[in-house]
Design a binder for this molecule. Structure first.
Ligand SMILES: [Fe+2]
Ligand SMILES: [Fe+2]
Length: 171
């Protein structure tokens, strides 16, 4: 478990852009409004989302809807608004653990650094609203909203077998 976080932390320090092949692949699967939400993200976030989508693609069987690949690709697009780097993100996660998720989310309407921390913590809801506003896939909005709330999986419109694969791909 700790090993996972340590690995993820060092992966997130790399600012290397995704490969041109990966960027072309994204452009070939995402419709224009969804691609626009993706393209504005940092190299680190694009790499993470491409990785998730690739893992999801491999996890799909011949009878599964290919839309789940795009659903996986878009789950963190709401991170754009906070504009936080890796250390601000780590601080946000620590704060949410110490003082509670709800309180940190409540900072989203504030200005300054606290506001950015609040926006980062709220990236799931922000991303969902942006996907809907752009006319993107509704299932992608649902997964964005849900991806940090496993306790809500059972009441979701997305089948549990798909949710498990989406969740596993987000690592
Ligand atoms: Fe997320
Ligand atoms: Fe993620």
């Amino acid at each position: 478990m700790i090993g996972h976080y340590v690995r993820r932390f060092f992966t997130s320090l790399s600012r290397r852009p995704p490969s041109p092949e990966d960027e072309q692949w994204v452009a070939s699967i995402a419709p224009a409004p969804e691609l626009a939400l993706f393209t504005r993200l940092s190299n680190t976030d694009r790499r993470h989302l491409i990785h998730s989508a690739r893992v999801m693609e491999h996890a799909l069987g011949p009878d599964d809807d290919p839309v789940w690949v795009r659903v996986s690709l878009l789950h963190d697009v709401g991170k754009f608004d906070a504009g936080l780097g890796v250390f601000g993100r780590v601080t946000t996660t620590v704060l949410a653990t110490v003082i509670g998720d709800a309180r940190v989310r409540g900072w989203a309407s504030r200005t300054g650094w606290r506001g950015r921390v609040g926006l980062y913590q709220t990236h799931d809801e922000i991303g969902a609203a942006q996907i809907r506003a752009a006319g993107g896939t509704e299932a992608a909005a649902v997964w964005s909203e849900l991806h940090h709330h496993p306790e809500r999986f059972a009441s979701s419109s997305i089948p549990m077998s798909v949710l498990r694969r989406l969740d596993a791909a987000d690592h």
